[in-house]
Design a protein around this ligand. Structure first.
Ligand SMILES: O=c1ccn([C@H]2C[C@H](O)[C@@H](CO)O2)c(=O)[nH]1
Length: 152
């Protein structure tokens, strides 16, 4: 049984993810992926995977989605849905869990194979933005200066 209850319009996200999946560029794996997410301001953003002849440079659908998010006004993700080529729910790979963590609204919901999940469910004890703001003054001062910021 699918657990819902958060009031999220999952059907809209599912259909947007499926439409995004049809835009995938996957000449190497033939494994299209589409992702869609609801932004806290009501926008829906989407992405597809984009492969590369240099295989390790492949962009996952989630990567394309967060690029879309940032380029269309930024904000935080409230709900996320990802599908494979059959339109079935696909769980984000490890790297993409980290990408999503960066842009999650508090309590963001993801659709999993058996219902709603949270980031804490799929990436427990995560390293995230809060850890960076916790950097000590000393550690920040130790950062190398970017060449353009040098005064002489
Ligand atoms: O979370 C994931 C996992 C995989 N892929 C893509 C990358 C590659 O193009 C294909 C096979 O790994 O699926 C995604 O887009 N997102």
């Amino acid at each position: 049984m699918t657990r819902t209850g958060s009031g999220i319009d999952w059907e809209r996200l599912e259909s947007t993810a499926r439409a995004a999946m049809t835009r995938a560029y996957v000449p190497y794996s033939r494994f299209p992926v589409g992702a869609a997410a609801l932004v806290e301001d009501g926008r829906v953003v989407a992405g597809c995977n984009i492969e590369n002849a240099s295989l390790g440079l492949t962009l996952c659908a989630e990567c394309s989605l967060v690029s879309n998010l940032q380029m269309t006004g930024g904000g935080r993700l409230v709900a996320f849905y990802c599908v494979d080529g059959n339109g079935q729910v696909l769980m984000p790979c490890g790297r993409c869990r980290q990408l999503l963590l960066e842009f999650q609204a508090p309590g963001m919901r993801l659709m999993g194979p058996d219902g709603e999940l949270t980031m804490e469910d799929i990436l427990p004890h995560a390293f995230g933005p809060a850890d960076m703001t916790g950097m000590t003054q000393q550690a920040q001062q130790a950062q190398p200066t970017h060449p353009t910021e040098r005064t002489r």
